[in-house]
Design a protein around this ligand. Structure first.
Ligand code: PEP
Ligand code: MN
Length: 340
């Protein structure tokens, strides 16, 4: 870490900071400038950094303390020069092939999920999405079928030879959801639920970690670090739009997150254009852009009758829309050296 001394710091104060760093057992590397002194502290272990940074920052003669290394290690690009391929029960995410995840926003019934899943599978999707436990802004809206929803997903996915991704909201249900799902979704609203992150870090089931509504990329990667440090190496990041001042779209889909994460992390990145835009008319275009920008996967809401959907009908593609979309994505994927 780097300690920037205040402009008015005296020689005694500078020596005091140097002594503190030395007493903690770390290397002291001062640069005495004409106006200001900067002290480098080397060898500080990650676990102690925050505490020592705060301690030094509380001194009136210290202006600023900066960490040099990223606040996440296991999620960092330094771990691996190539994107890590996560194996979702035989479906790779992060490799050359773009992983296609699709299905209804919410499991409403067996019929509705079946119709959606069948069309998605026929169009080329390999992972079935669908919420059994739904995080809802309104306590009055549909909250999901719970365990029955999980059973429906599993049954249909097995019949169609698909994998299942579904959200787990409650840390007490991680084990249960793992019995039915091939991948756990941690929703945007739970990205900073650190108890839940720790819990999904204890299993080996891959985790689709959505970016929080107002999370910076660094915070999102730190959330991933919670899961990785817990012992689960199978983390896939999912950009699903962030909250901005814009209201025409439900969220602002931050496609720059794809190349940004690519620079910062070895974890695969998936785009959710459905929550990302909130509008069916925009989903097709943003999905194409996501492929062009290098997304490792897509997760798209498809409903057989969007006008009858209990949730997110306005952003759900029809089965026909989805089939058409996949056909249109193929040449774009090929143009960027990927397949779909
Ligand atoms: C969803 O996938 O339907 C969902 C609720 O996602 P998010 O957590 O991104 O809002
Ligand atoms: Mn949804």
């Amino acid at each position: 870490m780097i300690v920037v001394m205040a402009a008015h710091a005296t020689e005694t104060e500078i020596k005091d900071v140097e002594q503190r760093i030395a007493d903690w057992g770390y290397g002291v590397h001062p640069i005495y400038g004409a106006e200001r002194t900067v002290i480098g502290a080397t060898g500080v272990p990650e676990a102690d950094k925050a505490r020592y940074m705060e301690s030094l920052e509380s001194l009136p003669y210290v202006e600023q303390v900066m960490a040099i290394l990223k606040p996440y290690k296991l999620a960092s690009r330094e771990i691996s020069p190539t994107t890590t391929v996560i194996d979702v029960k035989g479906v790779p995410v992060g490799g050359n092939q773009i992983a296609l995840m699709a299905g209804p926003c919410t499991v409403e019934s067996y019929e509705q999920t079946w119709e959606s899943a069948k069309a998605c599978k026929e169009a080329g999707a390999t992972i079935l999405r669908g919420g059994a436990y739904k995080p809802s802004t309104s306590p009055y809206s549909f909250q999901g079928l719970g365990i029955e929803g999980l059973q429906i997903l599993r049954d249909i996915a097995d019949k169609l030879d698909m994998k299942v991704v579904t959200e787990v909201m409650d840390l007490r249900l991680v084990e249960t959801v793992c019995q039915y799902a091939d991948m756990l979704q941690v929703g945007a609203r739970n990205m900073q639920n650190y108890d839940l992150l720790r819990e999904v870090g204890k299993v080996k089931t891959p985790v689709l970690l959505k970016r929080g509504l107002s999370a910076k990329i660094e915070e999102w990667l730190q959330a991933a670090e919670y899961i990785l440090i817990g012992g689960n190496p199978n983390v896939i990041l999912c950009e699903r739009g962030i909250r901005t001042f814009e209201t025409y779209t439900r969220n602002t889909l931050d496609l720059s997150a794809v190349p940004a994460v690519r620079e910062l992390s070895h974890l695969p990145v998936v785009i959710d254009p459905s929550q990302g835009t909130g509008k069916r008319s925009l989903v097709m275009a943003m999905t194409k852009a996501a492929v062009a920008v290098g997304a490792d996967g897509l997760i798209i809401e498809v409903h057989p009758h969007p006008d009858q959907a209990l949730k997110d009908g306005a952003q759900s593609l029809t089965c026909e829309n989805f089939t058409q979309l996949v056909a249109e994505l193929k040449p774009i994927a090929a143009a960027v050296g990927r397949s779909i």
